[in-house]
Design a protein around this ligand. Structure first.
Ligand code: DC
Length: 361
């Protein structure tokens, strides 16, 4: 996986297991973990300290925001991010206490508070790999996140988990009371006017009942590593464009270049290694089925994906669409040629594995 500015958005309701998952994921991927719930909890905690009821007197709280700073900062290299309120690390025990927990949803539904949070949350994307958890990360905070997950579990399972978790629950609280608190928080979070809790259209939902945190993390990593089609849009450049030309063009420019330069390098191999082992060159076979004509200046979407690899030949499949209508589908097969001799060659060891593991679905 490439390390260039990757953002993984993890949203979901209270006690769904998303914090455990997001933290483990950050450790496994060597990324930085951002918990936006703690940012809202911090502001709820400050409301409490200032004797403000965020539900009844939200504007009193809003007035104070201008005097406050809140940021996730890496105080030391290779260390986790620390949440600083007015420059001081936040007291995590306090923001997780029941009085704070009881007013955090009310705090988080104040539009000005959410607006105030946005640039502070987006600021975290300056780090190369962040795992950000919350309620609206995939939908509002980072709509262009590289990967989006919605982690959830049935209400009963979530109540059981919260009940077993020390800290947020006062001694003597029953499982039923915990279930009620969670249901109330869900209701407020999902029904507020601004940025309600919901999965982004392009999020993958994981229902975690019966799964261990390790299993959830493994599932997420498998999704992140799953080879995905490359999509691009362009206008048909010639009046008499042969649609196979479009397929070829897209394959050549998008995937050939991507595998040769960007992917191979990001996966840790070198261009020299690729040259020594063999160069991928188009085209020994091309086939297309035409469904509709493409016309000059049409805006088309080309979706291409590596489909097959036998160590010598690499096949790229491609679809051309105009709006939702499929115009043409087909494939091209490329062969690796040894740079020195010009003879076809099987791609060697590590590069071959890289392609098999990372490009072929
Ligand atoms: O994830 P958590 O339970 O610590 O979140 C605390 C509260 O903050 C919860 O009521 C929802 C709210 N929240 C939010 O509205 N948007 C976010 N991105 C994160 C949390």
């Amino acid at each position: 996986m490439t390390r260039k500015n990757i953002q993984i958005a993890i949203d979901g309701p209270a006690a769904s297991g998303k914090s455990t998952t997001a933290k483990m994921l950050a450790q496994k991927l060597d990324g930085l973990y951002v918990n936006t719930g703690e940012m809202y909890r911090t502001i709820a905690g400050e409301a409490l300290r200032n004797n403000i009821d965020p539900d009844k007197e939200p504007q009193k709280l809003v007035k104070l925001l201008d005097n406050w700073t809140l940021e996730y900062k890496q105080l030391q290299e290779k260390q986790p991010l620390v949440l600083l309120f007015n420059g001081t690390p936040v007291d995590r025990e306090y923001i997780r206490s029941e009085p704070v927990a009881n007013i955090v949803s009310q705090t988080a539904q104040i539009p000005e508070v959410r607006e105030w949070m946005l640039d502070k949350q987006r600021d975290c994307t300056k780090h190369p790999l962040i795992i950000m958890e919350g309620r609206d990360i995939g939908t509002v905070v980072l709509p262009n996140a590289s990967h989006k997950f919605f982690i959830t579990a049935t209400p009963e399972e979530r109540a059981r988990r919260r009940f077993a978790q020390p800290g947020e629950i006062q001694p003597g609280t029953t499982l039923e009371q915990v279930a009620q608190q969670i249901a109330m928080r869900d209701h407020i979070d999902a029904n507020r006017k601004v940025a309600p809790l919901k999965p982004a259209d392009d999020a993958i939902t994981i229902v975690t009942d019966g799964m261990t945190p390790e299993q959830v993390v493994d599932r997420i990593i498998a999704e992140i590593n799953r080879p995905r089609p490359v999509e691009m849009q362009y206008r048909v450049p010639y009046a008499d464009t042969d649609q196979m030309g479009v397929v070829y063009y897209a394959n050549y420019f998008v995937l050939f270049e991507r595998s040769r330069n960007e992917l191979i390098r990001d996966l840790g191999a070198t261009y020299k290694q690729l040259e020594d082992d063999g160069l991928m060159l188009p085209v020994i076979e091309a086939k297309a089925t035409y469904h509709r004509p493409a016309r000059y200046d049409d805006l088309i979407t080309v979706t291409a994906q590596f489909a097959k690899f036998d160590g010598l030949r690499l096949t790229i499949k491609c679809k051309v669409l105009k709006d939702e209508v499929l115009l043409v589908e087909g494939h091209t097969t490329h062969v690796f040629i040894k740079a020195a001799t010009g003879a076809p060659t099987r791609l060697q060891g590590p590069l071959r594995k890289l392609i098999e593991d990372n490009l072929i679905p």
